[in-house]
Write a protein that binds this ligand. Structure first.
Ligand code: ADP
Ligand code: MG
Length: 234
């Protein structure tokens, strides 16, 4: 079990929050060996510029607030910012957009993160079944899950064999193998993510729901660009 993870969870619960902020959720999954984009939380525009420099352009900027669950719906995400001017503008735009979308939201910072280049998107989720407990879900990102419902499920804990099956049984699997001369994505990285999510939710039963959406996969490795973790009410 990870102490750091327990601390993050306890802090949220002590503040009466069931939603972990994206940087907290990323800290949690990072502690379980799940790859994430580099990030830092800026509290001022000046800090945002400094962190963008440190992380290296292009960067992504996202609102951090306990009152904003779906960040892009609130105009709280700007991707592929290429220079300091774009960072300055994004900071102002996000502040304005979110204020309009969610009145009186609590501003907790701007998440500056590495921009993950295009790859093949997957999602990994966990929901709790009243009878069977934590159930893991796997699918390709976007329309594949939302429209086509092409998702595989397993009750946690899972074995390596289960993870492999989960990956192979979705209809979209050939996309991961590569079509039209594309190389396959890093299947081992995906299997490892599924195993690590399984371990995390088994060791931290306070987690009620989890959504890594999307994880961008490449022929070599993968990166989680968004992580949502919801705790159960105590
Ligand atoms: P939301 O809370 O709306 O789900 P996300 O963090 O998922 O916000 O951001 C919305 C979209 O922006 C993602 O689905 C992804 O396509 C893109 N995105 C977010 N972060 C990154 C990143 N670091 N690199 C590249 N694209 C990103
Ligand atoms: Mg998302």
């Amino acid at each position: 079990m990870s102490d750091n993870v327990s601390q993050i969870i306890q802090k949220a619960l002590s503040e009466n929050r069931t939603l972990l902020l994206e940087p907290e959720a990323k800290e949690v999954i990072k502690a379980y060996g799940i790859p994430v984009t580099k990030y830092k939380v800026a509290k001022t525009p000046e800090e945002a510029e400094k962190f963008a420099e440190e992380i290296g352009y292009p960067v992504v900027m996202k609102i951090v607030s306990r009152d904003v669950v779906h960040k892009s719906d609130a105009g709280g995400v700007k991707v592929n910012l290429k220079n300091v001017e774009e960072v300055k503008k994004a900071y102002k735009d996000i502040e304005q957009n979110v204020k309009k979308a969610v009145s009186n939201y609590k501003f907790e910072g701007m998440l500056i993160q590495e921009f993950a280049p295009e790859g093949r998107e997957i999602i990994v989720g966990m929901t709790k079944d009243p009878q069977f407990g934590p159930a893991l879900a796997f699918g390709l990102g976007g329309i594949f899950v939302e429209v086509l419902k092409d998702v595989s499920f397993r009750v946690a804990p899972i074995t390596r064999y289960d993870a492999e099956e989960m990956m192979k049984e979705i209809k979209g699997y050939p996309i991961l193998e590569g079509v039209r001369g594309q190389p396959p994505v890093d299947m081992d990285a995906i299997i490892q993510i599924l195993l690590n999510v399984s371990k995390l939710v088994m060791e931290h039963p306070e987690i009620d729901e989890m959504d890594l959406n999307p994880i961008i996969t490449y022929p070599d490795g993968a990166k989680t660009v968004d992580a949502r973790i919801i705790l159960s009410k105590q």
